[in-house]
Ligand binder design. Structure first.
Ligand code: HAM
Length: 428
């Protein structure tokens, strides 16, 4: 039990996002929402926890995330739930449950929980922006979903992003490929990394995903998935890469890209930012999951989507030395400094706020000097000063807090005209 004199801290691997940094988050989320609506998506909000089966069946019981990283708990009614480790399975569960008209396009912003070893860019609670489309396997949608992500990264000013793409085929062609891979791994099992030497047989595809040199060396000369696609899957993949080329989006074929979840079929892709450290450089990833709706008890329905980590997007901008995002202004327009000892500030801020002007004020009857300090710190553009003198004259002194020239920085306005005066000054 913690000592009452020791303040609590946020849990390991989690972080608080507070102002003014949270303004970056608002900008990012609002921009993504705008993109999603522009592409015909509507917001989906699903519970943060689901029956553990949604994820075990969805992302695969044997996936690293389900086996080692999920936060699983029994509630007071002894139902076994898991905190969402990712967004897709929940959205597909909602699709199966509500059977909306297809194609169904949903976007989301959500925390995701994974018991990982925390480090820069890897957290136990991270946050994702994502989209999912269900009800069609048209390759035009693969192109559209990838284009949405690509254009979004462009819009937020990222410059070091590369798109890696692969096709996992469907059950049959992938099944045949896995057997070829299995034979190859069996021959070279003793050369695999410590972990995969023991478990390669459980899911040979995971070895392709391993970042250790030993596994990369073994698989480098082995069979590669794209060379073993059936005609339908090959055609689908060709249509996707052709579509991306027609939009001028450069995709690098990455035959080892199998991604960490079992639900993927056909197109898989990942966006990496070269400005980030190699181990945590994936800023987004996704793919098709044409069997997932059935695996969760629904009718057959093709699906595709992607998720992008908010923390990593912002880390990329910082690593690329970009200014903070400021599409949406989150700074105060005005700060009221009231030394009348009356309720002037209460009425003035109400009037300004009702007119759409962002403003704040000081509290606790502080001195003029102390209120001015708070006004300066607040980042507001103007301080509105009302003392006994202004009160008597029916005026307000307006001081431009960004100007160094004291003469020009200060002017008076009639109390009754203050809203118009500030609105005019803000347009200059
Ligand atoms: P994912 O690749 O596991 O895919 O996660 C998507 C993105 O979330 C990653 O590219 C990364 O930016 C971020 N991310 C993942 N784990 C962490 C972490 N521990 N700390 C910080 N950021 C992290 C999915 O989750 C799939 N649901 C994507 C998808 C959507 N596939 C189809 N539709």
């Amino acid at each position: 039990m913690s000592d009452i004199s020791t303040p609590f801290q946020a849990p390991i691997g989690t972080h608080d996002v507070l102002g003014p940094r949270s303004g970056q988050w608002e900008n990012l989320i609002a921009t993504f929402a705008q993109f999603a609506y522009r592409y015909g998506f509507s917001l989906a909000i699903t519970p943060m926890f689901e029956d553990v089966g949604v994820f075990n069946r969805g992302i695969g019981e044997n996936s690293e995330v389900a086996k080692k990283e999920m936060y699983v708990f029994a509630d007071r009614g002894e139902r076994v739930y898991a905190l969402r480790p990712e967004g897709t399975a929940s959205v597909v569960r909602a699709f199966v449950q509500h059977q909306p008209t297809t194609p169904w396009k949903a976007w989301y912003v959500t925390p995701a929980f994974r018991y990982e070893r925390p480090q820069a860019g890897r957290y136990r609670q991270h946050h994702q922006l994502g989209v999912e489309v269900l009800g069609t396997d048209d390759p035009a949608l693969d192109v559209e979903v990838i284009a949405l992500a690509w254009r979004f990264y462009e819009a937020i000013g990222l410059r070091s992003v590369r798109l890696l793409i692969n096709s996992m085929g469907h059950d049959e062609c992938r099944g045949a490929y896995v057997e070829l891979l299995r034979s190859h791994l069996e021959l070279h099992a003793s050369s695999l990394c410590d972990e995969h030497r023991k478990v390669w047989d459980e899911n040979p595809l995971r070895v392709l995903d391993c970042k250790k040199d030993a596994c990369i060396d073994v698989t480098f000369n082995g069979p590669m998935l794209p060379d073993h696609l059936c005609d339908d899957c090959r055609e689908h993949f060709d249509a996707v890469t052709r579509g991306l080329r027609s939009l001028g989006i450069v995709a690098e074929l990455h035959p080892r890209l199998v991604r960490g979840f079992d639900y993927y079929t056909r197109t898989t892709f990942e966006f990496v930012a070269d400005a980030l450290d190699g181990a945590q450089n994936a800023i987004g990833g996704g793919g098709r999951y044409d069997k997932l709706a059935e695996q969760l008890g629904g009718k057959a329905a093709g699906g595709i989507g992607f998720g992008s980590g908010i923390e990593r997007l912002l880390l990329t901008r910082a690593a690329e030395n970009e200014d903070p995002l400021n599409f949406i202004n989150r700074t105060l327009d005005a700060f009221v400094v009231d030394t009348t000892g009356e309720d002037v500030a209460t009425v003035l801020v109400d009037e300004l706020r009702s007119a759409g002007i962002a403003c704040d004020r000081a509290y606790d009857g502080r001195s003029m000097k102390s209120q001015m300090k708070v006004a300066d710190k607040s980042g507001a553009r103007f301080a509105l000063l009302v003392g006994p003198q202004e009160l008597g004259a029916g005026e307000v002194t307006i001081r431009d807090l960004r100007s160094d020239n004291f003469e020009q920085a200060q002017q008076k306005a009639a109390r009754n005209d203050i809203v118009t005066a500030i609105a005019n000054l803000l347009t200059k």
